[in-house]
Structures are given as C-alpha cells and as structure tokens.
Design a protein around this ligand. Structure first.
Ligand code: M6R
Length: 608
C-alpha cells in the first residue's frame, strides 16, 4: 500500500527515484510524485494516474538535485488527485508517507486553529505541517521530525527532506516497512527490496521506532527519543534480473512460468531423500514444545494456501488445525492455548491484518511461525520462527508463485511434523519426498497447456459470472481460481465446495453461467462427477479441469483442460492451480485489463 523511495548522495537523483518507484508501482498506482532539494529550495512534481504520467511530466520539466524523495500512492484518505498525491510540501519541508495517521483529524484541527490552511484531504499533510511548525520554533531538522512523530498515532514509514538541509534525508519507521540501501557515499530508502536491487544489495531493514539520518558522509540511527542505536547490515540475495519481465509480456505471466524452478528452490536443501530427514535451517522442533493444535492465519491467496495446509496437516499429522482470516482472527477474541502453534502465512510479510494476528498470538504467549517470501520483512523478523518460500520477488499484484511455494512449504512442514509425531513411518515420509522431486516436471507439463487455455479466452471472456467447484483439498484451489479471475479480469467469480451447490448456488445455473469444475482422480471423483451432471442438466457450461484418462468427464464437459497425472493428492493441488492461473491470465489479457496492476488493488495491504 503506497511505495516510498528516497536518495541522498552524489548522483543526480530524479531518474533514480523514478526508476525505483517503477519497481514499487505494484504497491499503489493511483498517483505519484517526486521532490528534490535544489539551490536550497524544494522542487516537486506530482501527477494523477500511473507513473508514466509523472515520467512524461518529468521529461518535459526536468528536476535537478542530489537528494530527493518519491511516492506511488494507493489512496486511503482523499481521492486520487494531484493535490492529494505525495510528496506533501509545506514551507521548506517535503514528506512522503506510507501508512495511516489515525489521529490526523484532531491534529488537523489543532493546526488549523493557528490559521494554517490545508491543501489536501490526506492524513499525511499534518506531518509536513507539524515538522514545519517545529522548525519555525527554532528546532533542528531532526529534532523537529522527532517532535512531530511523537504527536502521531497510527502507522508510518516516512521519507523527509528539508530545503535548508540539502544533504540530509530522514527516514522514519513505525509499523510500515522501510529499508535503507547503503552505497558508497550514497544512501537509498525504499518500502521494498526490489526498488534497491539495481543500486545496492547492502541494506538495513529498519525496525519499528527507528529514525535514520542519512547524508553522503554516513548514517546515524536513533530511537524516537534521539538515543543512538547500533545497526547491522544484510546482503539481499536477489539479483536485479529477478525483478525484470525477462521477455514476458507481464510479470504475472513470468511468475506463472517460473513455478517449476521456484518450487524446486523452495524444497531444495531441506530434505535428504535417502534418509527421509527434513531440515528447516530456520527452526527446530525442540523449540516448539508440546504441540496439540495448529492455527493458521493469513489473508487473500495466502489464506487459501492456509486452507490447503489444514487438509495436509490434519491428514498427515492428525493434528487439529483451524484457519482464520487475519482481519477476523483478533476481533473474534479467539481461544488461544499455549500448546498450540500459530502459523502466519504472507508473501510480503507486511500484511497489516496478518501482523496484527501475529501480535495478538504473541501477547497470549503462543509460539509463532511465519511462512514468508520477503527477507527481512516484519513477519519474518517478529515471528519466533520463519520458513522462507524461495519464490524470488513477486511483482504481479495477483499472487501466483507465492501460493504454490507456500503449498510446497506446508507440504514439507506437514511431513516434518508427521515424522516427529510418528504419524508416518520413515518409508512413508521418503515416498512423499520422492513425489515432491517429481513435481517440477509435472508443473512444466501442466504449463504446456497454456496455448489451449489461451484459446478458451475469446469464448468465455464475455460472461459476467463464473462458478468454480471443488471438493476437499480442491475447494481452496477453486477459491483461489475464482479470486484470480476476479482480481485481474474483473469478472465476478464465486467458488463453492461442490457438495454445497445444491444448498443454494444451483439456483444461479443457466446457459450464462460457466462453471469451472475441478475433477481430480481420487476419493471424490464420482461425487464431483455427479455435481457436474447437476450443472449440465441445468444448461450450465462446464469447463472441466481433470486428468487425461477421465473420459466420462471429458465427454460431457463443454471444454476440458487436462492436468498431468500425479498420484499424490496433496501435490496434485499445485498442479490443478496452474490451469486456473493461466485461465485468469489469458481472460484478462483478452479483455485488455491491466494484468499486473489491476484496478483498486495493491500488492501488500499494509493498512487495516
Ligand atoms: O503478502 P500477503 O501474502 O500477506 O498478501 C495477502 C493478500 O493481500 C494477497 O494474497 C492478495 O489477496 C493477492 N492480490 C491475491 O492475488
């Protein structure tokens, strides 16, 4: 939700800021802006809409400066407009902000009583006014910032520059992510690592309650009281190429096709197929203690991974598992026992509702395990244990490879617990691990159906509603398929556990309702076949996703998408995900929507 960047050093920075913003555009894209200090003046440009508009503006009216800040916005307070776009500039101060200032109304009234007029409807503008007022009272730049932030309630990552301090960039973090990139005589700030990759891999992940004062001469880190803090830098293992489209039309397409590799990256090195021993370098079971129950909390696609995880953990470990949405968990006042493990799943590691659930659990003294893709993210740092999905940067707003790598981790984790709890013998574990080693080649085979799936798009893109049906492990996969279609093609799609169809949704079925039926071979094949018949007898159009020799399904469906066969039902869920991702992708491409940056969405939802 909003991306912020900043630079201080020896290079002309407007184009560096713009380039860094492009890599963060997935965080918000309704308006953008850049401010620099030049000749002891703040100069800035802002533009509504995508970054390209700001870029055109900058090309016509170039800015100059070796210190600056930038912002790409996902509106929370105030509609997208030039005045509401960041940076917010007041006197000699310019501010970019990611987060929400909860007490901004009270602060705004207090400032207005001094006769000051606001120019935007945002919560952020109060920050710029407060800093400017404290400077007028004679405070140094950094002291004015500290005084201003002591008045703020809510979450904020800030980049701040001051016309009278042309070599000082201030970065502040409270509950919204912020990373400092460290170069030679230059510093960068950004909400997320991909923005920094072309410039430096040496970074410092800021913690809550920290403020950094950056200048070409060095970096000083202080707490909100001004006490100096030590800091340790980290190397980011990702390369700039990983955050490029690499010849694909969209990031989403690239990320779908990367799945065979990143799934292997995720399980590689974590088990020995000979002995069946599974190892997570990040944590060991001894630290978890007595394990009686598991609770999984996540949002969106990660929540769907959690639902699949429930099936895996319950079946393989015979442990009770509950799954909750981040936004529901804490307000429900859940009954949390100390002998349970709270698993939080998040690609970004910055989703506000998931983090709130983590904190709620920690308050109650429960151990937390994060499954996360982004190194150094808040979730990764604050959970007791973390397991990384090695998916590499996921830039497309619609999550794809993050989901399947989360399933890979959940599968391995289920085997790990099952072995520990002696629910599976070592030969069973070994067999399950061998199955995993086959998975990437099966995914390659599933991806080879891309052209056939693309050919379906012109026929189906005109429909307004879709139904997705699945049973058991494939119900969450149906949910995920429907979510993908909704978010990038803007077609209304609903998913149902197929057995529930006759309890209501069947009323919707007619010739205008394509129904995607997930019909894997296995326990529920006959049941799902009957559900398909129920749809067909009401003139519904069935797109069946099934395996090559399931002729009874293929003969009756309007269209069939074939998934390669694999006996392991848990890994089969991953294979069934692939065609659903492709179907949503090609429908969106056919409709001409903005696949990587669908309307109203942002990659990481860092506000409640
Ligand atoms: O970064 P997270 O995994 O915590 O994000 C959770 C959801 O916001 C995310 O999965 C969202 O639903 C995606 N747009 C789905 O494609």
């Amino acid at each position: 939700m909003c991306g912020i960047v900043g630079y201080v050093g020896f290079q002309e920075c407007p184009l560096i800021l713009l380039d860094a913003l492009k890599r963060l555009e997935y965080r918000g894209y309704d308006s953008a802006g850049i401010a620099v200090v030049h000749d002891k003046k703040i100069l800035f440009h802002r533009a509504v809409g995508k970054l390209i508009n700001l870029e055109h503006h900058l090309l016509k009216h170039p800015l100059k400066g070796t210190i600056g800040i930038g912002h790409t916005r996902w509106a929370t307070h105030g509609k997208p407009s030039e005045l509401n776009a960041h940076p917010h500039v007041v006197d000699d101060i310019a501010v970019v902000h990611n987060g929400i200032i909860e007490n901004y109304v009270a602060l705004k009234q207090e400032i207005q009583q001094k006769g000051i007029v606001f120019s935007s409807q945002t919560d952020t503008e109060v920050i710029a006014h407060l800093i400017a007022l404290f400077i007028k009272e004679g405070n140094r730049f950094e002291d004015a910032v500290r005084k201003a932030i002591s008045r703020l309630k809510g979450s904020f990552a800030l980049g701040i520059i001051c016309a009278q301090q042309p070599h000082k960039l201030i970065a502040v973090r409270k509950e919204s992510p912020l990373i400092i990139g460290i170069g030679d005589g230059e510093y960068f700030i950004a909400s997320d690592a991909p923005a920094l990759l072309p410039y430096t891999k040496r970074v410092y992940f800021m913690n809550d309650g920290e403020m950094a004062i950056l200048s070409p001469d060095g970096m000083e880190l202080v707490d909100f009281k001004g006490n100096i803090l030590p800091f340790k830098t980290t190397e980011i293992p990702w390369t700039p190429l990983l955050a490029e489209k690499a010849g694909y039309k969209h990031f989403m397409q690239k990320e779908i096709f990367e799945q065979p590799r990143v799934i292997t990256d995720t399980f590689r090195g974590r088990f020995d197929p000979e002995t069946g021993e599974i190892n997570f370098e990040e944590f060991d079971l001894g630290q978890i203690g007595d394990l009686k129950k598991i609770w999984i909390v996540a949002c969106g696609t990660s929540y769907h991974a959690g639902l699949v995880g429930k099936y895996m953990l319950e079946r393989l470990c015979r442990l009770p598992v509950e799954v909750d949405l981040g936004s529901e968990f804490r307000y429900r006042k859940p009954i949390i026992d100390r002998d349970m493990l709270l698993i939080l799943i998040s690609q970004s590691g910055e989703t506000a509702d998931t983090l709130a659930a983590m904190r709620e659990g920690q308050k109650k003294g429960v151990k937390t395990l994060g499954i996360c893709n982004v190194l150094g993210s808040t979730l990764a740092r604050e959970c007791d244990f973390v397991i990384y999905t090695h998916a590499g940067p996921e830039i497309g707003v619609a999550s794809t490879k993050a989901f399947t790598t989360q399933l890979t981790v959940l599968y391995l984790l289920s085997l790990y617990f099952a072995a520990w709890l002696q629910r599976l013998s070592s030969s069973e574990v070994k067999q399950y691990l061998y199955d995993l080693m086959e998975l990437s080649s099966k995914i390659e085979a599933a991806l080879s159906a891309a052209e056939e799936i693309e050919a379906l798009a012109p026929k189906y893109a005109k429909f307004k509603d879709f139904l997705y049906l699945g049973r058991g492990l494939y119900y969450p996969i149906a949910l995920e398929g429907a979510l993908k279609l909704k978010e990038i093609s803007y077609i209304h799609a609903e998913a149902y556990a197929a057995g529930e169809m006759k309890h209501g949704p069947i009323a919707l079925i007619d010739e205008n309702m394509p129904v995607v039926v997930l019909a894997p071979k296995g326990d529920t094949y006959e049941k799902i076949r009957s559900n398909m018949e129920e749809v067909l007898s009401r003139q519904g159009k069935v797109i069946a996703v099934t395996e090559p020799d399931c002729r009874e399904i293929a003969e009756k469906a309007e269209d069939v998408i074939k998934v390669p066969e694999i006996a392991n039902p848990f890994l089969k869920t991953i294979l069934y995900t692939i065609p659903l991702q492709l179907l949503a992708y090609y429908m969106a491409v056919f409709k001409g929507t903005d696949v990587d940056q669908p309307r109203n969405l942002a990659k990481s939802v860092t506000v409640e």
